[in-house]
Design a binder for this molecule. Structure first.
Ligand SMILES: Nc1nc2c(ncn2[C@@H]2O[C@H](COP(=O)(O)OP(=O)(O)OP(=O)(O)O)[C@@H](O)[C@H]2O)c(=O)[nH]1
Ligand SMILES: [Mg+2]
Ligand SMILES: [Zn+2]
Length: 290
């Protein structure tokens, strides 16, 4: 008998599937390939009382993933919001935030930036300084301290399936635990089922919130390769560049050294942040599909 469910934890070839009745079943993919992500909806065949085989996966609404020249790494499927978690300390990579935003943009996923650990006030100003260009572009930036209160975050989660992404140590899991006191126990339980249970998150896990929304905690990222995005998607991933597309002299302008480039003119006129433009150019120089 086929059962439908949602992947709520993904760790290598091990998946935990939540079935329609709320029960969870450890499952393996058929064959060698395992290309499912947390949040994927699947159809499962029960192979024993305590194990299943994933028969097929349903089409995805969205897929958040990263890629380098060798392979792709799936982060989460069917999410409607990406929450990029940065912190006052340890210091964070502005470039990684930009890359997360572009990946979200390419999938039509809304983005929220959380600046966590605002209780550590010494480093607050320098973190805010790094985020300033993004605030000016109207990206939502929420100041939080998972240690003190996460109540300001709750309204942003409503009606969404959100995934928390960011570098290790930013406080993603602390946020989850603060939002859901029961998550702590669940995390331990799932860690025991899937791996040795270290402090740092080793696999993505989906948690249901009371009001029909869901939250996925994911392992810390050190890099976010975007080799799968075309030049067109990169241009559209920067709102300030997107706004000027079509205004360059040449239709196939690469916004590098071409004369009559509206983007370069905007950088020179101080309308586009030079750090953002440098980030865009660096992305363009990486390999990408045409
Ligand atoms: N001062 C302070 N410390 C915090 C806050 N939030 C989290 N921490 C601490 O930051 C450390 C890392 O927190 P985690 O929640 O494990 O970070 P993470 O982003 O899940 O890290 P990975 O799972 O490795 O990706 C822990 O020691 C937390 O106690 C905060 O708001 N204020
Ligand atoms: Mg974690
Ligand atoms: Zn141009």
């Amino acid at each position: 008998m086929k059962l439908e469910g949602t992947v709520i934890a993904a760790h290598g070839r091990h998946y935990l599937v939540e079935l329609a009745d709320g029960q969870t079943l450890p499952c393996f993919p058929r064959g060698k390939k395992s290309d499912l992500a947390c949040g994927d909806r699947v159809s499962v065949l029960r192979s024993s009382e305590s194990q299943g085989v994933i028969d097929s996966a349903m089409p995805r609404q969205t897929l958040l993933y990263r890629s380098n020249e060798f392979r792709q790494k799936l982060i989460a499927a069917n999410v409607t919001q990406i929450i990029i978690v940065v912190a006052t300390e340890p210091s964070f990579s502005e470039e990684l935030v930009t890359r997360c935003l572009i990946a979200a943009e390419s999938q039509g996923i809304s983005a929220l930036i959380v600046l966590n650990k605002c209780d550590l006030t010494d480093r607050l100003a320098s973190a805010e300084n790094l985020l300033e260009p993004l605030v000016r572009l109207d990206y939502r930036v929420l100041h939080l301290s998972a240690r003190c209160s996460i109540e300001d975050l709750r309204p942003h989660l409503a009606r969404h399936t959100s995934v928390l992404v960011g570098q290790s140590g930013m406080g993603k899991s602390t946020l989850v635990n603060a939002l859901m006191p029961l998550a702590n126990a669940r995390t331990r339980e799932i860690s025991e089922a899937l791996d040795s249970g270290k402090h740092t998150t080793t696999h993505a896990t989906l948690y249901r919130l009371n009001d029909n929304s869901a939250l996925i905690d994911s392992p810390g990222l050190q890099e976010f390769g975007l080799h799968h995005l075309s030049m067109h998607e990169l241009e559209h991933g920067f709102p300030e560049i997107r706004a000027l597309l079509g205004q360059c002299r040449f239709r196939n302008c690469r916004h590098d050294r071409e004369p009559g480039c509206a983007i370069q003119a905007a950088v020179e006129a101080g309308q586009i942040d030079p750090r953002r433009f440098a980030g865009f150019r660096a992305l363009c120089r990486e390999p990408h599909p045409l």
